[in-house]
Design a protein around this ligand. Sequence first.
Ligand code: NCD
Ligand code: ZN
Ligand code: ZN
Length: 428
Amino acid sequence: MTLIKGAVLYGEGDPVDILVEDGQVAEIGELKKKTGQDVIDAQGLVVLPGFVDLHTHLREPGREDTETVETGSAAAALGGYTAVFAMANTDPVADNPVVVEHVWRRGREVGLVDVHPIGAVTVGLKGERLAELGAMARSNASVRIFSDDGMCVADPLIMRRALEYSRGLDVLIAQHAEEPRLTVGAQAHEGETAARLGLAGWPAAAEESIVARDCLLAGHVGARLHVCHVSTAGTADVLRWAKARGTQVSAEVTPHHLLLDDDRLNTYDPVNKVNPPLRTSSDTKSLREALAEGVIDCVATDHAPHAPQDKDCEWSAARPGMLGLQTALSVVIETMVKPGLLDWRGVARVMSERPAEIAGLPDHGRPIAVGEPANLVLVDPKATWTVNGARLASLAGNTPYEGMELPGVIKATLLRGKVTARDGRAVR
Ligand SMILES: NC(=O)N[C@@H](CC(=O)O)C(=O)O
Ligand SMILES: [Zn+2]
Ligand SMILES: [Zn+2]
C-alpha cells in the first residue's frame, strides 16, 4: 500500500492524495495515512500516467557490454517509463520465438518495466524473406509490433506482404523509413552544414519517399502502419496528407529531433551522429508543431546505447545512435511545454496514452482514476538537473545532452503499484 500525498493530477487543479492498493488506484481525494502505508510526499509534483516507449534498443542479446534488459529497464524506470518496446536489431536478431521469448522473460525477471520485444519483419533484417511473424505473435512474448529498425524494409513487395500479414495477425509494422539507394555512405543531413563539413549527405527525400510509398501501400491493403523517428518537415506534410485521406498511419518523433539540429555537427563529435540524422532548425520547429497538432502521434526515445570504441572515433567510423530514456521527459518539457505547445495533458497523450493505444496495451496509458492500474510517474516540474552520462543507468554513456541543465525531475515511478524508481534510484 502506498499513499501519494498532495500530487496534482495532470498538473490541473488542487493537489490530491492517491491511495494505491493491489496494483490499482484505490482512492483519490483527501486521505489520512493509515498504519502500514508507505507515504510518498508529492507536494508540488505533477502525476502522469507511466510513459510508454515504442522504440528502445536494449542490446540484449549480443551487445551486453552496452546495455542489457536489466540496465535498460533501470534507465526506463528512472525516465518515468512503465512499458518499453525493445527493437529487434540484436545479435542474434529477434526474428524468431526463441529470441523474443528470451527478451520478454528477462524483462519479467527484472520487473522494473514491462518489456515488450519487437520482432523483425524479415529474416536477419536482410529485407529478403519475411520472418515468422505469426510464430512470434503466438509465442509467450505475444509480439505485437514488428520492425527491421536500423534497416528499412526497402523492397516494396516485401513491405506490401508484411502489411498484408500484419492485418491478418492484428499486429503493427513499424518502418525505419530510409530509401537505401539514396543514403549510400550518408553521414549527415544533406544540406549546407554537411556540404561545409565535407560529409556525405542523407537527403530528406530518402525518408519522405518511403513514408509516402508505405502510406499508399498501407491504404491499398487496408493495414495499419507506424513510422519510426520522423525527422523532416516534409515527412510531417506526407503524414498530414495520408491521415486526411483516411490512411491508418501513426508516427513517432524522438526527443533529439525535437531539440537538436545539424549545427551541432561543427565539432565533428560523433555523439551527435544518429540515424536519421539531426536535421535543420526549421525541421525541429515543424516537428514540434506536428506533434502538438497530432499529425505526429507520440514521442519515442530511439534509445541507442553504444560502446566508447564505437563512438569515440572519427565521424565516419562511429555508429549512429544516442541514449534517450532518462532525458526524454526533460527534452519534451524544454521543447513542447515551455514554449506552450503542450500542457501536461498533452505530455500524457504523447508519452503515454497514444503510444499505449498504438501498441494495443490495455493497462498502460490509462486515465488516473479509481480502479485503474497504478502505472504512474511523479514529476517535479520546477526542478532542473544537469545531465552526466557516466551517472545514467545505461551501461553506455553516449548522451548528446552531456553537461546540459534540463527542466523536470522524475521523483518516482510506479508499475502496477510497485515503486520502480524513487529519488533517482531504480528500486528492484
Ligand atoms: N537510431 C540510430 O542511430 N541507431 C539505431 C538504429 C535505428 O534506430 O535506426 C541503433 O540500433 O543504434
Ligand atoms: Zn531506425
Ligand atoms: Zn532505433
